[in-house]
Design a protein around this ligand. Structure first.
Ligand code: GLA
Ligand code: GLA
Length: 901
């Protein structure tokens, strides 16, 4: 509904046009059109079209203001007074929604921002600015030196670029305390730098700000919706997504019916002729498949040429699946850009550390920071989301695929630019960056931001803090891409959960998943089991961490393999029983979805020798039988669905930043492997039948009786305090060699190692003594250390030496602290050696095995509420007679589920 009326203002009545949505309104927006303060009215598209569209798309009341123009002697502040009067009227009404926003385009953006500043503290909940005109002098167009120089000149003169005193450089105001600001930019716009500068100023002032660049547009594009309809649509979508009441996204699949454990695979029907699709779906039903991930690599089929879409075939597949009761976890197909895109825009291709282009031919050949790629990807996301928003089969969004699998390390010029923006947000001033990076070492002091580069190939070791920050930045850059896709999906399908498949597996650590986890509606993970003595434990370790990324909530195993992979040098198949054991181990650690890569084994392409649910040999196969049995097994476990993991008494801490920092170059040894040490502890605990949670360092540790934090290399002051408080209050902390060494900037804590933890541990180390390959140092308890050793000086009488080096020095120590303790292991002991000291660590913490003696070590125990999972860690049967309620024996590689006592 649209109503014209007038509102009383200090200069007389102000005309407004009120656009109301069809349904209930969730927000109200006061909107000011542009026109250089001199032109414009309520009928121009920038007023009428924008207001109508935002009302419809965001379920908002939009009050468009016909403020007095600066003509006939009218001047500042009359237009601001008019907008302010309307704002005051809106906020005084109690029949309008509580969520209130103000916005405007071009000169109208200045009026909106000025109004927001007048009522800072009790003003709008958010601000929407389209191609704003906010500065004078106007910053120059271009991203080159001059712009940076001007800002640096201002920073140098005033000390900052926000809150500039009016008599120093009029035009900038104190922006602190504003609500989030969403800035829409036209690409080819002389005024674009004003919007871009505002974003940086807002960030500096601690105000959340984000921009959207409408490609191929010129200033005022919202006033010409027919010139570039796609850009108009995306621009209005950007605003509507911000304005709409953020609905709490669902935390699990959009589906009806009883809880169950979902079962399925990646499904790639585009690799097969149509006739096969019906066959696929029939066999899926036979196997008990409930969900498939669809369209992951379909971009070239869905958009065969720029802007030309072909959804017909996918419509058919989605309908077919739906008709057969199979849910769709629909991918945005952005993992692999099509050839037309990379041919037209080779500037989206990543560049490696040595400066080599990463060419198309595989997948993920795109720069996370490329604005050109981002634009094309988001256009595709908008198209697919709009197409399937209301399809009843759509159960979840699968954003891209394994973000960062092949493109986490991009050293391109786009990456360099984005890295500088990231660094400016982190450090604000170059002085702060120079201090954090220790740039006085080797004459690396920066005088301008654009002298800073990614840590590209250099003649010697590159600045370690630069490397560490680049890892942080690279994880954030991919997360930013994920968030950009999510913004569109949330806007168009607020009731569909959004996730992306993580790679919590083995040594993969490019993405800081504990940091990402807050952004997914549920955690999804891909895991491929490795080889060797600890492969099974590593699977458990990774599954365990997935279950703790969003504390205790069920998660989704998006991919694993039925048998062999084809990307290792040698790829043996799984042994009988391993398929089910691997799947059920994930379930034991909280997975409520068990999916594989992929449904039907490919005939062609790079993964044709990778196993699948339906192998080359067809349905009459051991794999397909095992798959079908697993489907039935999962159905029998539906009572577990929705129940989180039951916390364990022990935690093993994983800290991605320490992982990154501890493995940087130019260290005492390059042999140290963070994850290997953490896994050794996990194995040693499993060997004793002790349940442990693998948790991010940010987790609440207070409930754990024993916390093992191996190689906790980066310990900022705040973490030191947390760990001290944990022990003081009765917690028992264990840490190892190369822990506590450096702060968040990778600067060494002085006074002796282990730096930040020295006092807590009651020890002091002057020098590291890493061990050459093949060398071991014997300990008095029969263990032997490899990799690392130290001459540990005990500095506190409350320290007890639990094991010594054969030459007499302390090797393992424990200090009583308050009601708890802090222990230290100065060498690599491996699972067996750790087994020799564990009792001394577990006993004071009061941790005992929850398994009968005969099962300890041979069986892994995991608990989900009323249910216990017993997983055979060996290839031999294990008798269960000691366990009431259990079957007589657990077969080799078997899993049984029994009620908790
Ligand atoms: C050389 C260099 C020094 C330093 C040492 C380290 O001698 O001249 O700057 O790097 O190596 O061993
Ligand atoms: C990853 C990818 C899949 C596939 C599998 C093969 O998990 O997401 O597309 O390549 O690996 O193991």
């Amino acid at each position: 509904m649209v109503t014209d009326r007038e509102i009383a203002g200090p200069h007389g009545p102000v005309p407004v046009r009120i656009h109301e949505p069809e349904g209930p309104a969730g927000a109200v927006l006061v909107w000011a059109h542009g026109g250089g303060f001199r032109h414009g009215d309520l009928d121009m598209p920038e007023a009428d079209h924008v207001a109508a569209e935002l009302a419809r798309r965001a379920d908002a009341v939009v009050v468009s203001v016909g403020y007095r123009l600066a003509v006939g002697g009218v001047r500042y502040p009359v237009p601001v007074d008019d907008v302010h009067a309307v704002w005051t009227w809106v906020t005084g009404r109690d029949d309008l929604p509580a969520r209130k926003a103000i916005g405007g385009a071009s000169a109208g953006a200045a009026l909106a921002l000025a109004t927001a500043l007048r009522c800072r503290g009790h003003g709008p909940d958010l601000i929407l600015l389209a191609y704003p005109f906010l500065h004078f002098p106007t910053p120059t167009l271009g991203h080159g030196r001059s712009l940076e120089n001007i800002e640096d000149m201002v920073r140098n003169y005033v000390g900052r670029i926000s809150d500039i005193p009016a008599d120093a450089l009029p035009g900038s105001a104190d922006l602190r305390g504003l609500p989030p600001v969403h800035i829409l930019l036209s690409e080819d716009d002389d005024l674009r730098p004003s919007g871009e500068l505002l974003e940086r100023q807002l960030r500096e002032a601690g105000v959340p700000a984000g921009t959207f660049l409408a490609r191929g547009t010129t200033h005022g594009h919202l006033n010409r919706p027919h010139d570039a309809p796609a850009a108009d649509d995306a621009s209005l979508g950007f605003f509507a997504g911000a304005l709409r009441v953020p609905r709490e996204a669902p935390r699990w699949l959009r589906r009806d019916g009883e809880p169950r454990i979902e079962f399925g695979a990646d499904y790639n029907p585009e690799q097969w002729p149509r006739e096969v699709w019906a066959e696929d779906v029939r066999a899926m039903r036979e196997a008990g498949v409930t969900i498939v991930s669809l369209g992951i690599f379909s971009w070239a089929r869905l958009e065969p040429a720029e802007g030309r879409y072909d959804f017909g075939w996918l419509d058919e597949v989605v309908d077919l699946l739906h008709a057969n009761g199979i849910l769709v976890d629909l991918a945005t197909p952005t993992a692999s850009p099509p050839p037309w895109l990379t041919t037209k825009h080779p500037e989206i291709l990543p560049v490696d550390r040595e400066g080599r282009t990463v060419w198309p031919g595989a997948r993920q050949h795109w720069r996370p920071t490329s604005p050109v790629f981002r634009e094309h990807a988001l256009r595709m996301v908008r198209a697919i989301a709009g197409r399937y928003a209301r399809h009843p089969a759509l159960a979840a969004w699968h954003v891209s695929n394994e973000l960062g699998c092949h493109n986490v390390d991009d050293y391109s010029d786009d990456a360099a630019r984005a890295f500088r923006v990231w660094l400016r947000a982190r450090y604000v001033t170059l002085d702060a960056l120079n201090a954090a990076w220790g740039t006085d070492f080797w004459s690396q002091r920066y005088g301008e931001w654009d002298q800073i580069l990614p840590p590209r190939h250099a003649g010697g070791p590159v600045n370690p803090t630069q490397q560490l920050d680049f890892k942080r930045f690279s994880s954030d850059a991919l997360k930013d891409h994920y968030l950009a896709e999510r913004r569109i999906l949330r806007e168009l399908t607020p009731d569909v959960p959004v996730t992306t498949n993580f790679m919590v597996a083995g040594d993969i650590n490019g993405m800081n998943y504990p940091d990402w986890a807050a952004e997914v509606d549920f955690v999804a993970n891909d895991h491929y089991i490795g080889f060797g003595a600890q492969a099974r434990d590593e699977l458990s370790f990774s599954a365990n961490l997935c279950g703790n990324l969003i504390a205790g909530r069920p998660w989704f195993l998006m991919e694993h393999s039925t048998s062999a992979v084809n990307w290792r040098p040698v790829n043996p198949p799984k042994l009988p029983g391993e398929l089910a054991r691997d799947s059920l181990t994930h379930v034991a650690h909280g997975a409520d979805g068990v999916c594989f890569f992929q449904w039907r084994q490919s005939r062609a392409g790079a993964e044709k020798y990778h196993s699948a649910m339906l192998p080359h040999a067809g349905e009459q196969t051991a794999i397909f039988r095992a798959v079908t049995e697993l489907g039935a097994r999962l159905r029998s476990l539906s009572g577990v669905a929705g129940i989180g993991r039951t916390p364990a008494p022990v935690a093993v801490v994983v800290d991605y930043e320490s992982w990154w920092a501890a493995e940087l170059d130019s260290h005492p040894t390059d042999r140290l492997r963070y994850r290997r040490e953490a896994l050794d502890w996990y194995t040693a605990l499993l060997d004793r039948g002790i349940r442990a949670d693998v948790v991010p360092v940010s987790a609440d540790l207070t409930g754990y009786r024993l916390v093992v934090a191996p190689i906790l290399h980066l310990v900022p002051a705040s973490l030191r305090q947390r760990l001290e408080a944990y022990a003081e209050r009765g917690g028992h902390l264990v840490t190892t060699y190369f822990s506590g060494i450096a702060d968040e900037n990778d600067h060494v804590w002085l006074g002796g190692y282990p730096g930040a933890l020295r006092d807590l541990l009651g020890i002091r180390v002057e020098e590291f003594a890493p061990l050459p390959d093949g060398t071991a140092v014997p300990l008095t308890n029969g263990a032997s250390g490899t990799l690392w050793s130290e001459r540990v000086e005990v500095t506190d009488p409350a320290v007890k030496v639990l094991a010594a080096y054969a030459d007499g020095g302390a090797a393992v120590t424990r200090r009583s602290v308050g009601d708890g303790s802090a222990a230290y292991v100065s060498t690599r002991l491996g699972p067996q050696g750790l087994g020799l000291i564990l009792e001394d660590l577990l006993t004071p913490a009061g941790v005992v095995s929850e398994l009968p003696a005969g099962l300890r070590g041979r069986v892994e125990l995991a608990i989900r509420g009323p249910v216990r999972f017993l997983i055979n860690r060996t290839d031999e049967p294990v008798g269960l007679s000691e366990l009431p309620g259990a079957p007589p024996a657990l077969p080799g590689r078997g899993v049984v589920v029994v009620p908790a006592p």
